[in-house]
Ligand binder design. Structure first.
Ligand SMILES: Nc1ncnc2c1ncn2[C@@H]1O[C@H](COP(=O)(O)OP(=O)(O)O)[C@@H](O)[C@H]1O
Ligand SMILES: [Mg+2]
Length: 401
């Protein structure tokens, strides 16, 4: 039997139609968002039990109870309607950690640290790592500023801001890049998570990729890699850490972030393409950086670390082989902690959240601690490195007197 002839359908699309299509998509997306997200405030920080508070301070629960009686000035927590469990808010916990954990405070006058989280590859867990590291550091009593430089603005969303509705170009680093603002104060937003602020991103960050090169064309001596640095330096007195999340490309923005940072973490998924892409990153960056005119020859990074991330340790995975290449290539740069692949991250329960957002985890405790423990370890590792540096700076300052 002969097949019926299907009439020819013209499926070509004009740019105008593409524009209409995109507007329609936006409407659908907004409806979906309304369903997916709770109304304002979109996110709230978790509460902590006495045991959790004790663990964060590095003390036994019994000691927490003892201190509650002995030091009335410490936050006392609250009991929710009829419950016999004392609960502590995030600001309470942070106050306890600052007073009772013994974690060294950043010495007054010593500037905070700027850490960039970068990798060419999308999906290499930059944003997840940045957000988790930031939250984990605030649980060590630190004050943290996030800078979202990815036009996709996932970090901004993770911080509970509604990018499409609340964030305009004027709220991002762009007015500072254009020279319309003299500092970055206007762009700092507090978040639902105490001691965690953010300079948000929006799609319009792409504008930097046009404005910066055109300025260079007019003035070849213009230090195009130093713009962000100038904005971030004054903020180092106010924050212990400034963490920068970047787009998966070596854009002008990423170069600015790299040149303002004094340390770098490259999350790297141990898969062959990711490894190849990381090598390209270094080739390109070093080629570029060595050709910058007017570069400060004393510029150094305190450290560059590779964080193995989303590691799949199942028997069929190629991770062990790629890990050996990474170890050969990056040697001591590879951190002694790795983040395993976890069904908890990005799961429905953690949509728009990180593992530190979890208040009541419905899954198994083992699943949560398998991913949370390495993040705690990562935060401690990074923080400890800087504590050594801060102590050193105090010793040097004393020596100089
Ligand atoms: N340890 C992990 N296990 C499983 N999935 C992860 C893990 N870390 C991140 N992811 C998921 O991988 C995806 C990419 O992560 P993301 O942080 O957005 O990467 P990037 O910012 O580099 O593009 C996200 O869907 C995130 O939820
Ligand atoms: Mg990202």
């Amino acid at each position: 039997m002969q097949k019926p002839i299907v009439p020819f359908a013209d499926r070509s699309i004009s740019l105008q139609e593409l524009g209409n299509f995109s507007s329609r998509l936006t409407v659908i997306m907004e409806e979906l968002r309304e369903q997916m997200l709770a109304p304002h405030p979109r996110k709230s920080a978790p509460e902590y039990t006495s045991s959790q508070l004790g663990a964060l301070c590095g003390i036994e629960r019994a000691k927490v109870n003892y201190l509650l009686q002995k030091k009335e000035f410490l936050p006392q927590g609250i009991y929710h309607g009829g419950s016999r469990t004392r609960m502590f808010s995030l600001p309470d916990v942070q106050e306890w950690v600052r007073q009772e954990s013994g974690i060294v405070h950043r010495p007054e006058g010593t500037p905070g640290e700027i850490v960039i989280i970068a990798n060419f590859k999308g999906g290499s867990t930059k944003t997840t790592t940045t957000a988790s590291l930031a939250q984990g550091l605030t649980l060590r009593g630190r004050k943290v500023l996030l800078v979202d430089l990815d036009p996709q603005a996932s970090l901004t969303e993770l911080c509970g801001l509604y990018v499409e509705e609340d964030i305009n170009e004027a709220d991002t680093v762009m007015p500072f890049i254009y020279g319309d603002e003299t500092n970055l104060d206007y762009a700092i937003n507090s978040t639902y998570w105490s001691n965690l602020d953010i300079i948000p991103a929006a799609t319009s960050l792409f504008g930097a990729e046009f404005i910066i090169p055109s300025t260079v064309t007019q003035d070849p001596k213009f230090k195009f890699w130093d713009i962000l640095n100038k904005g971030l330096q004054p903020l180092r007195q106010r924050y212990d850490y400034i963490l920068i999340d970047t787009a998966p490309s070596l854009s002008y923005m990423t170069i600015n972030a790299l040149m303002s940072a004094n340390a770098m973490i490259m999350p790297l998924v141990p898969e062959s393409l990711d490894f190849v892409s990381s090598v390209q990153f270094w080739n390109l960056f070093s080629e570029l950086a060595l050709n910058f005119t007017g570069l400060d020859p004393t510029k150094r990074f305190d450290f560059i670390n590779v964080l193995l991330s989303k590691v799949d340790n199942s028997s069929s995975s190629s991770a062990p082989v790629v890990r050996s290449w990474i170890e050969r290539a990056y040697g001591e740069w590879v951190l002694p902690v790795e983040i395993p692949i976890s069904s908890a991250v990005g799961s429905e329960a953690l949509e728009f959240s990180t593992i530190y957002d979890v208040s009541k985890w419905t899954g198994s405790n083992r699943t949560l601690s398998r991913i949370r423990d390495p993040f705690d370890h990562l935060c401690k590792l990074i923080d400890d490195k800087f504590v050594v540096k801060w102590n050193q700076s105090v010793t040097n300052a004393k020596g100089a007197v």
